[in-house]
Design a protein around this ligand. Sequence first.
Ligand code: UGA
Length: 433
Amino acid sequence: MRKICMIGTGYVGLVTGACFADFGNSVLCVDVDSEKIELLKKSVIPFFEPGLKEFIERNTARKRLGFSEDVEWGIRESEVIFIAVGTPSLSDGGADLSQVFAVAEKIAQNMSEYKVVVNKSTVSVGTGAKVAEIIRTHQRRSVEFDVVSNPEFLREGSAIEDFMRPDRVVIGATSEKAMAVMSEIYRPLYLIETPIIKTTLETAELIKYASNAFLATKISFINEMADLCEKVGADVNVVAKAMGLDGRIGPKFLHAGAGFGGSCFPKDTLALTKIAQQVNTQVSIVDAAIAVNRRQREIVFQKIQRLNGTLRGKCIGVLGLSFKPKTDDMRQAPSIAVIEMLIQHKAKIKAYDPVAMENARKVLDTVDYCQDPYGVAENADTLVIMTEWNEFRELDFPRIKGLMNTPKIVDARNVYDPERMRGLGFQYVGVGR
Ligand code: UGA
């Protein structure tokens, strides 16, 4: 059992903190946002993540998890300090590391005994070394410490499961002492034989970007194949299935759709191109994945436009707004780009999402938000599925058809069976089939 301080109670910090507490460690989550901390003390979580509330309640009750706005105190009290603050995109695509560096200074100033400082935030290669340098130069007196890179691979919507049963854990560190501490806090994962990659700081930092960029590339690849399928009369779902059965390719992340969104893939692919630029080289495949992803949103828009002729005054009903199911996260959601294009073309938009409407209102204020999918269908000229929430899989389609102005569906996530939908009397357009 180790005493851990998690700095930053965003998505990564909160999930990681709660899970480490569940492993039996003593975890203090700190954040300068005192309002957020007050809410967290009452187990009120500022975003939607299945299972997280129960985890926080359970570990708070067992006194293994606490919350505080006193960052300095948190640093002083703990042996292992995780940096899990935001690293948003700068206007040039690089990662903004100012919060990470500010935390490093704070750690230096509040250090009186050996600390392991662990970077959880996604940071450009070389940041770990920079954090070590900042700590060294800002210490009041020389105290031993180690900097570790421990990137996270959690997916929103299944973060707890991903943490508890990861494909691998990556630990970048140069000292044996720090490795031993990290091994201890991850001990339950060692017991279930999780592969642990022990490597250098720089390699660990790059593993995170390379993994996200590869997954993003897989998505863009299949979306490009989907476009080709439409032109040659092939079915992308069958292409993806057959490709995925080749063990070297694998079936995951081969779902054609509206393209990737969220707080990670768009940001990390761009940051990787920036990292390459800084060392005078290129990541052309990643550049292409970004371009294809941008185009994919336009392709979805064009499908809606083609079905309607002119969009002026047409009512387009959108089902699903979040960047993927099981989250209320609207960051870089493909729905935003598609809806904005529709609005530019003077269409009227109605929409429904099971959990993301509150966040959607902040970015899409001229949309008419409805109570359920049937409210969206009422008088709509076209229904567009932007997020594949389970509750959209089994709708009462005869009722939907009766409510719509014209029974047209653009299924941007390939949720429905085209034959069945056409059989029900819909003009149906999917992606790549
Ligand atoms: C992603 C990675 O999957 C995590 O491993 C990583 O830890 C995280 O980023 C991060 O860097 O923090 P996340 O952004 O939560 O996780 O979401 P994903 O499930 O990976 O989906 C990303 C986007 O790709 C979504 O918009 C989704 O709809 C899209 N997608 C995914 C597809 O269009 N097709 C697919 O086959 C899979």
